[in-house]
Design a protein around this ligand. Structure first.
Ligand code: C2E
Ligand code: CA
Ligand code: CA
Length: 661
């Protein structure tokens, strides 16, 4: 049965592919539904006409004519009223094949009956042939949108009649037979052309549909790509920002708003450098997959770029859930990544924030998560931190400091105080260190450690420190020649090209001789870019300035700096003096450091000397200078000069009587 069906389909719908055949079937059915009743109507009228012509009005209820008429009537009524416009392909196919088979059977029956009537009623031959031909042509016309089926009435019913006419013993009948034969051939040829045109139309439509689908698919793909991170398949920053813009829910101060996490892989750069980019990519992909598996059902997971990822919970999380999420993110990164038989290990630091009343924009939401990440990194790598109220206040303060620094108002509000650096042998202050002070009407007192760091981050430290140097130089202009200025240079400042020239220009403007100016630099200067710092420092020493290495012994103190760069002075970090009274070990370390400085050809300053005992110990251990609260707190130039009463033989230093005469 299936084979027969296949064969019938192949004949009825000649096509290059099954897809094309399917389209033909659907198209044929749609057009044919309206024409089919016409086909049955024509057949019925001709059948009845032929019966009346041969048998008159006599009707036998069980004759083939009556049965056939009822069948045709029923089919006509069925197609007009009952046949549902179905969209189910198998059903459509079955209907069409059924109809073609029914047409073939009908034509065979009609043809045999017509031939037998001609034999029975030779005098009615022409009438019978006329009705039969009208039936054949009517049926073919009714089936014109199903060309292969339309051939059936012509071949089965029309052709035998034409041949029969040709066989008549009458020349005019023979002529009509030939003419009829040719008309039928022409009609069949037209149907063939129609069939081909139909199949080409369908394949053309299919090609257009294919092209349109391809264009739609390409567009969908492009839209997806624009929103997607190519490496990990996660959402990219653009998509995340859009989602946050549309779905951010700001909760009350007690919590409940949308939550954003920003994660930064620790140790990723090291793994990338050690094993190459393929390993780096494997780590990123693996971490992306782990985040997706853990959170993608309730949140949007995105890659912001580099080794930074982000997760956005638009519906928020409970306090407990936030803690669980933070722990989970850290756990996910802690698990090593298998790559090329190796186990690659990284960690993650993560900042989380919850949108609250102060999250006024998506930009602020991002900033808070970023600030929390910064805090997480500051404390301990591999940890998470939730943005909180104190941090918000600190950030607000910081933002106001930044604004005042950038507008130039900060430097106008700043002044410089001075702290003496005393020669431990003579008791005389030989230097005074300039220390910046900012008492802001808006923010209160802002410490130099805080604003110097912010100015460095903002990249405006050169300008700020040059202004401060100017202020210090103008105060120092009144000092006696025995007192020199010691001024702190920032690490950032020295890592810029032509730093020395810029500093020189400021000094020139105040006509101060370079040998009365000392610049203090910390090791961080040297850490940033040793070569650059060395060049700038050498230019300064060549111009006659003296250079002090500040805070030596804190942080990354390296002996190699003392070997490679020549410093006139080394200031030992305050922490080295702190325990010197109570710990033998601290004393030994200080002793060693002093010897080290002397061996490097530098004089040595003990910082943070707060008591007489510390001062005495520093002196006995060979320090050349001392600086600290007990020798003079940072104060204005005028107060310092008054307290020191420079020039008098009897120094009035608080501990002046400890100095040798
Ligand atoms: P620093 O260069 O190490 O300055 C010494 C710091 O120690 C000063 O803090 C000073 O007030 C403090 N100090 C002095 N004697 C004692 C003592 O006996 N005990 C203790 N505990 N502390 C003492 P200050 O003024 O807060 O300055 C902090 C840092 O800010 C400075 O550290 C310096 O690195 C930086 N700084 C200050 N002014 C400037 C400036 O004008 N330019 C630059 N670039 N940095 C500056
Ligand atoms: Ca200093
Ligand atoms: Ca210092």
């Amino acid at each position: 049965m299936a084979v027969l069906m296949q064969w019938a389909l192949r004949y009825l719908f000649p096509a290059r592919s099954s897809r094309e055949q399917r389209e033909q079937i659907i198209g044929t059915f749609a057009n044919l539904r309206k024409q089919i009743p016409l086909l049955y109507g024509v057949s019925l009228v001709n059948l009845v006409g032929m019966h009346l012509a041969t048998n008159g009005s006599h009707l036998d209820w069980f004759s083939p004519v009556t049965v056939l008429s009822f069948v045709l009537l029923w089919r006509m009524v069925y197609w007009i009223g009952f046949q549902k416009p179905t969209r189910e392909f198998r059903e459509i196919r079955r209907e069409l094949v059924q109809m073609a088979v029914f047409t073939a059977l009908l034509c065979i029956g009609f043809s045999l009956w017509a031939q037998s009537l001609i034999t029975q009623y030779p005098e009615q031959s022409l009438t019978i042939i006329l009705y039969s031909l009208l039936a054949a042509l009517g049926a073919a016309y009714g089936l014109s949108s199903f060309p292969r089926a339309a051939l059936l009435p012509l071949v089965i019913l029309g052709m035998p009649l034409a041949i029969r006419l040709f066989l008549f013993d009458d020349q005019s009948a023979q002529g009509i037979g030939i003419s009829l034969f040719l008309v039928l051939i022409l009609f069949m040829w037209l149907l063939q052309v129609h069939s081909r045109a139909l199949s080409e139309l369908v394949s053309g439509q299919l090609a257009i549909a294919r092209e349109r689908n391809r264009a739609v698919a390409a567009e969908t793909h492009a839209i997806k790509r624009a929103d997607e991170d190519v490496l990990t398949g996660l959402a990219n920053r653009g998509r995340l920002v859009r989602e946050i813009r549309h779905h951010l829910v700001r909760g009350p101060a007690s919590g409940g708003g949308s939550v954003l996490a920003i994660c930064d892989l620790d140790g990723f750069k090291a793994a990338n450098d050690a094993f190459g980019h393929a390993a780096g990519d494997a780590i990123l992909k693996e971490f992306a997959d782990r985040l997706t598996e853990a959170f993608a059902d309730k949140a949007l997971v995105a890659r912001l770029g580099g080794d930074e990822f982000s997760i956005f919970w638009k519906d928020g999380l409970s306090g407990l859930e936030i803690e669980e999420v933070g722990d989970r993110i850290c756990e996910l990164a802690a698990e090593p990544v298998d790559w090329d038989g190796k186990e690659l290990s990284v960690g993650v630091s993560c900042g989380l924030t919850e949108a609250g009343p102060f999250t006024w924009s998506d930009g602020e939401f991002f900033r808070q998560a970023d600030s929390a990440l910064y805090k997480a990194k500051e404390s301990l790598r591999g940890h998470w931190h939730l943005y909180d109220q104190p941090q918000f206040q600190a950030d607000q303060r910081r933002a106001r400091i930044e604004k005042l620094i950038l507008s130039g108002d900060a430097v106008d509000q700043m002044h410089v105080v001075f702290q003496p650096i005393v020669n431990v042998e003579t008791g005389q202050p030989e230097y005074a260190e300039a220390l910046a002070r900012w008492d802001s009407p808006d923010l209160g007192v802002v410490g130099p450690s805080e604003f110097i760091r912010i100015a460095e981050k903002l990249g405006v430290i050169d300008r700020l420190n040059e202004c401060l140097l100017g202020k210090a130089l103008s105060e120092a202009a009144d000092w006696p020649s025995t007192l020199s200025l010691s001024f702190n240079l920032s690490a950032m400042q020295l890592s810029r090209p032509a730093a020395a020239e810029r500093i020189q220009r400021v000094v020139d403007a105040y006509s101060q001789p370079p040998d009365r100016i000392q610049f203090e630099v910390t090791e961080t200067v040297l850490l940033t870019d040793l070569g650059q710092a060395e060049r700038e420092l050498r230019k300064l020493t060549d111009s006659g300035f003296t250079i002090a290495l500040d805070d030596f012994g804190s942080g990354y103190a390296s002996v190699s700096y003392l070997r490679e760069l020549s410093f006139d002075t080394v200031k030992l970090d305050g922490s080295l003096i702190d325990n010197v009274l109570h710990s033998e070990r601290s004393r030994q370390i200080l002793l060693g450091m002093v010897d080290l400085c002397h061996a490097a050809g530098a004089r040595c300053v003990a910082e943070h000397v707060e008591t007489y005992e510390q001062f005495a110990l520093a002196r006995s251990m060979g320090c050349d200078y001392a600086q600290g609260f007990c020798l003079g707190k940072p104060t204005t130039s005028a107060k310092m000069l008054a307290a020191l009463d420079l020039g008098s033989k009897q120094t009035r230093l608080p501990f002046g009587h400890f100095a040798k005469d």
